[in-house]
Design a protein around this ligand. Structure first.
Ligand SMILES: [Zn+2]
Length: 289
């Protein structure tokens, strides 16, 4: 018990983000390990790249795993060797289409957590993502740290993001999935509870690729594989707005296949409209205040 407390304290001390309620993030060993790996990532990654890679298995579609239909966050349970690919902050011209091509080449499906502002600016790209079989959720309208807003303003920002992504998708008859990710993974108990009670599936992160670092794509791939190997399965966070992510994805997917992983397609259990109004109603009632 004491050791867990120490590990958590050590992990959070070096973390600019508020404490996460994510069980995976809160698990002491992983959080601690992430901190230590981050400090020596360049050395670790380059060392790995100098090692002989396993023979590549060129077998398109071999990566595709099962479809996991979920109604709540608690339904997202992965088996060893299973990963869920998520891409945040898009869609973005010149990047998102290349990400889609790489996913198609391996026959796998991902989940895109789009910003309302980006979807509104690029509705055709948002539609393309959905039309090519990927799940599309939301990530607020303008990527603010929701913990810096009042409760009502935070819920309004989330609802505005959902509405904008839904409107962009509707232009092609596509629907928004009830998946949501907190910007900066910054959440509060109140917001998380409000979303979960409003039938929103909050997507946590098990493996952060940190593809927002100014590093070559190969370094991002090596780090992500290292963390996946240490964990064995998990939800991987990428961003479909960076060229390095575009650059590293084909090789990364090759490597996943070579190592025997499978990519799980995440889908909502219930098709159709989910109850955004529930969130607004809860906010008005001041639940948890
Ligand atoms: Zn983001």
């Amino acid at each position: 018990m004491l050791s867990v407390t120490v590990l958590l304290a050590a992990a959070m001390a070096g973390c600019a983000k508020p404490p996460s309620q994510n069980d995976h993030f809160a698990s002491g060993p992983l959080a601690f390990q992430d901190q230590t790996i981050t400090g020596s990532v360049r050395q670790s990654a380059s060392a790995r790249l100098q090692q002989p890679m396993p023979d590549r298995i060129v077998s398109h579609g071999a990566l595709a795993g099962r479809t996991l239909e979920v109604a709540t966050t608690a339904d997202i349970i992965l088996k060893p060797g299973e990963v869920i690919l998520t891409f945040d902050d898009g869609p973005r011209a010149g990047k998102t289409p290349a990400i889609l091509d790489a996913l198609d080449a391996h026959g796998v499906k991902a989940t895109f957590l789009m910003l309302g502002s980006a979807a509104s600016a690029n509705p055709k790209l948002a539609q393309m993502v959905a039309q090519r079989g990927h799940s599309v959720g939301s990530h607020t309208y303008s990527h603010v740290d929701l913990n810096t807003l009042s409760r009502q303003a935070a819920l309004d920002e989330i609802a505005r993001g959902e509405a904008a992504v839904a409107e962009a998708l509707a232009g092609a008859g596509q629907g928004l999935s009830p998946f949501f990710r907190f910007p900066y993974l910054s959440q509060s108990g109140y917001l998380r509870t409000s979303l979960l009670q409003g039938d929103v599936v909050v997507l946590d992160v098990d493996i952060d690729s940190k593809d927002y670092y100014r590093e070559p794509g190969a370094v991002v791939a090596a780090r992500t594989l290292d963390r996946l190997e240490a964990r064995g399965s998990g939800i991987i966070l990428f961003h479909d707005i960076h060229q390095r992510t575009v650059d590293m994805l084909p090789g990364f997917l090759d490597e996943l296949a070579a190592r025997g992983y499978s990519v799980v397609r995440l889908a909502p259990r219930h098709d159709g409209i989910f109850s955004r109004s529930v969130i607004t109603a809860q906010a008005s009632a001041g639940i948890g205040s």
